[in-house]
Design a protein around this ligand. Structure first.
Ligand SMILES: C[S@@+](CC[C@H](N)C(=O)[O-])C[C@H]1O[C@@H](n2cnc3c(N)ncnc32)[C@H](O)[C@@H]1O
Ligand code: SF4
Length: 332
């Protein structure tokens, strides 16, 4: 009995030592990873808009001020966006790529507004960035895949492909992802999963929980595991109140201002315009254009510094807080 107790104690103490070491290492890695952001307050991540065109009209999506336009025009089509709709060219990408490297960006997401797979060059951009050592991810509605772009994307072997699929039946999916078909996106996820067998790419099914789909979470989870895709639910940011889920746990929680995202991430539109936030969907705070100046110069420009000051000092000087921040769905 005493011997058994002794062994138990030894195992416990070794396990606790192992856990402490593991936590220490993880904390150290996190510090190393974020050192640039924390100490130098300098972003290491960009969201790159390969296009702001979209093939769907999700009713909650803020792309191009969708909701405002919906009430005004009775239509949520993306071509109503007040800034021009376009596709990133190879020429713009080359300039952007060069600048990201010299600025010290580590991670590139190939989406911002719109649907990235509508730009035929997106998989090619992914290949170039991966070869150059960037971490690369993309969020997609998953509707526009075909054999060719699936093979091209698999060749890039990026770090993350996240499918935004808000339903597990045609009925709910087509209400939330207006213009899309559940059968199609599920088939595409399956084919992408097969094409990525043995590769390091993480595949995710992101399920935005809304009032009309919260009863389908378990079935969606099961469907995801059948095709080897990681499943998770995303909290809804209440852009349209009526769509909010009943279970409050499924609503996204607000972070407390001052916003830190502006020191973490930069947004770049398809035409090379640089914006400080993913909620600047309509170019209200364009800081410069990469055809005209480097990311380094834009980041250090008076305009950008002033923007950061207005965000940081929102409490002392609420009247100068940028309008995009006043309506933010992430920071309150
Ligand atoms: C603007 S979309 C662009 C990429 C692509 N078209 C897609 O649907 O994944 C980026 C992500 O924002 C999410 N999103 C849009 N509006 C949202 C909201 N109100 N609350 C939470 N997530 C939202 C979408 O579900 C999507 O995953
Ligand atoms: S597919 Fe993406 S960008 Fe298009 S409307 Fe839906 S959430 Fe917005």
């Amino acid at each position: 009995m005493a011997i058994a107790e002794g062994i138990k104690e030894k195992i416990c103490s070794e396990m606790s030592l192992f856990i402490t070491e593991m936590l220490k290492e993880r904390a150290l890695n996190n510090i190393k990873k974020n050192i640039k952001e924390v100490i130098f307050k300098r972003p290491t991540q960009v969201i790159l808009e390969t296009t702001n065109a979209c093939n769907l009209n999700c009713p909650y999506c803020l792309v191009g001020m969708q909701n405002e336009l919906t009430s005004k025009y009775g239509n949520a089509a993306h071509n109503l966006m007040s800034r021009p709709v376009g596709f990133m060219t190879e020429e713009t990408f080359d300039i952007v790529h060069r600048d990201l490297k010299s600025f010290g960006i580590k991670k590139v997401y190939l989406h911002f507004q719109g649907e990235p797979i509508l730009n035929k060059l997106t998989p090619k951009f992914a290949v170039v960035l991966k070869k150059d050592g960037f971490k690369v991810g993309v969020f997609t509605n998953g509707q526009a895949f075909n054999d060719r772009n699936i093979a091209e994307l698999a060749e890039a072997e990026i770090d993350l492909i996240r499918f935004s699929v808000d339903g597990a039946s045609e009925e709910s999916y087509q209400k939330n992802r207006v213009g899309g078909r559940f059968e199609k996106v599920y088939e595409n996820m399956k084919n992408i999963s097969l094409a990525h067998r043995g590769k390091k790419t993480r595949l995710e099914w992101q399920f935005l929980v809304l009032k009309n789909n919260e009863h389908e979470i378990d079935i969606a989870k099961k469907l995801a595991s059948e095709i080897d895709v990681h499943f998770f639910t995303k909290g809804y940011r209440e852009s349209v109140t009526e769509l909010a889920p009943q279970n409050p746990d499924y609503k996204a929680k607000y972070h407390i201002k001052p916003c830190k995202d502006i020191y973490h991430q930069i947004g770049i539109y398809w035409n090379g315009d640089v914006v400080p936030c993913c909620y600047d969907v309509d170019g209200k705070e364009i800081m410069g254009n990469l055809h005209e100046g480097s990311l380094e110069d834009i980041w250090n420009s008076e305009k950008y510094m002033n923007f950061r000051k207005r965000v940081d000092n929102f409490k002392r000087s609420p009247h100068v807080e940028p309008a995009i921040c006043k309506n933010c769905l992430r920071w309150k």
